[in-house]
Design a protein around this ligand. Structure first.
Ligand code: F6P
Length: 373
């Protein structure tokens, strides 16, 4: 009998999701005679049984398209939004899986998706995940699709900002995505020749950042480009976050934990405007006119790079080999040019952050880029 496989995309969209859906379904259909049922809008589609048949016609022409033909959401089956907060709807997800007599479910997503997939695995489902994220923060894989394209977009933006910053003798602060990781800002800052790069893993001092800009001015360079990760923090802010995180870890009751989580969420919400504050403070401290550019979701849109198309396609087709061998409960990780199975337990809840001694950091320092520390 033909193996019937479910598939969904979850979390923030990124380039390469359609290439991955195509890779999984085409390889499954062509090489193993599998058939595929798509769930719309991430895990919500699984919980609500909202489906879409993925016949071969649906897969034509999608390789080069951004976004995802399946739609996506950040909903978690075990914490679905409901009128009175959230509800555990894992059993509904399991019911849908059984109703369609699925052999397995492929979940394409980032950190949140890996955790959701583990919940479903523990509820008895056969699950395989694929790594996607523009943040490059997934553990246990050398690469995740989305990152390379976003890096290209961010680099091009920094290139373009150079000529206007130079013409006006201005500081231009450019905020880049990356969630709590600095890969995108560090990579684009390095590739685009930013003068200052601020990332969450290396808390900065505003005085040091301003001093680096003033030193450039003294050397006759009257403009500066500051690439800032959305999650970057000053040393003071980092201390506050560490305190909140440790309070959450030490909380002895559910109420205490919820309170600590709420405080942490409030900090991150208020921190959303930190690059505007940073821009104003740099202007004050240096006397150099300053502007802010927030690239935002531009980094997630449009056609995937060749690298991301290849990565998504090869991980997608490797996924069908694991499906054929009934190797479940894993993420299909990229290791060099190979695909490897990594148990979900080793991925879920872990993060790939920039090590402070990473070669990119070392190289940035060596060429005189300020990291604000
Ligand atoms: O995880 C990808 C990402 O783009 C992060 O870089 C960013 O912090 C977040 O998603 C934004 O999420 P949303 O699209 O839900 O605003």
């Amino acid at each position: 009998m033909r193996k019937r496989i479910g598939i969904l995309t979850s979390g923030g969209d990124c380039q390469g999701l359609n290439a991955a859906i195509r890779g999984v379904c085409k390889a499954g259909q062509e090489s193993y005679g599998m058939s595929f049922l798509g769930f719309r809008n991430g895990f919500r589609g699984l919980v609500e049984d909202n489906t879409m048949e993925l016949e071969s016609g649906m897969l034509s022409g999608i390789l080069t398209h951004g976004g995802t033909i399946l739609g996506t959401s950040r909903d978690k089956p075990h914490r679905m939004p409901s009128k009175n907060g959230t509800r555990d709807m894992t059993s509904e997800a399991v019911k849908t899986f059984r109703k369609h007599r699925l052999e397995a479910l492929v979940c394409i997503g980032g950190g949140g998706t890996q955790k959701n997939a583990l919940v479903l695995k523990n509820a008895g489902l056969n699950v395989i995940t694929l790594p996607k994220t523009i943040d490059n923060d997934l553990a246990m894989t050398d690469a995740s699709f989305g990152f390379d394209t976003a890096l290209g977009i961010a680099t091009e933006a920094i290139d373009r900002l150079h000529s206007t910053a130079m013409s006006h003798d201005r500081i231009i602060v450019v905020e880049l995505m990356g969630h709590r990781a600095g890969w995108l800002a560090l990579g684009a800052g390095l590739a685009g020749g930013a003068d200052v790069i601020l990332i969450p893993e290396i808390p900065y001092r505003i005085e040091k950042t301003a001093a680096a800009i003033l030193a450039r001015k003294k050397a006759g360079k009257h403009f500066s480009i500051v690439a800032v990760a959305e999650g970057a923090m000053s040393k003071q802010q980092e201390k506050l976050v560490s305190r909140l995180v440790s309070a959450k870890g030490k909380a002895s009751s559910k109420e205490e934990k919820n309170r600590a989580r709420a405080e942490l969420d409030r900090f991150h919400f208020e921190h959303l405007s930190h690059t505007l504050e940073l821009t104003r403070n740099l202007e004050k401290l240096t006397g150099v006119e300053s502007r802010l550019t927030i690239l935002g979701h531009l980094q997630r849109g449009g056609t995937p790079s060749a690298y991301d198309r290849i990565l998504a396609t090869r991980l997608g087709s490797a996924c069908t080999e694991f499906l054929d061998r009934k190797r479940y409960g894993i993420m299909v990780a990229s290791k060099g040019e190979k695909a490897e199975a990594v148990p979900l337990e080793e991925v879920a809840g872990k993060k790939n952050l920039v090590p402070p001694d990473h070669p990119w950091v070392k190289s940035a320092r060596e060429i005189g880029t300020s990291l604000g520390d």
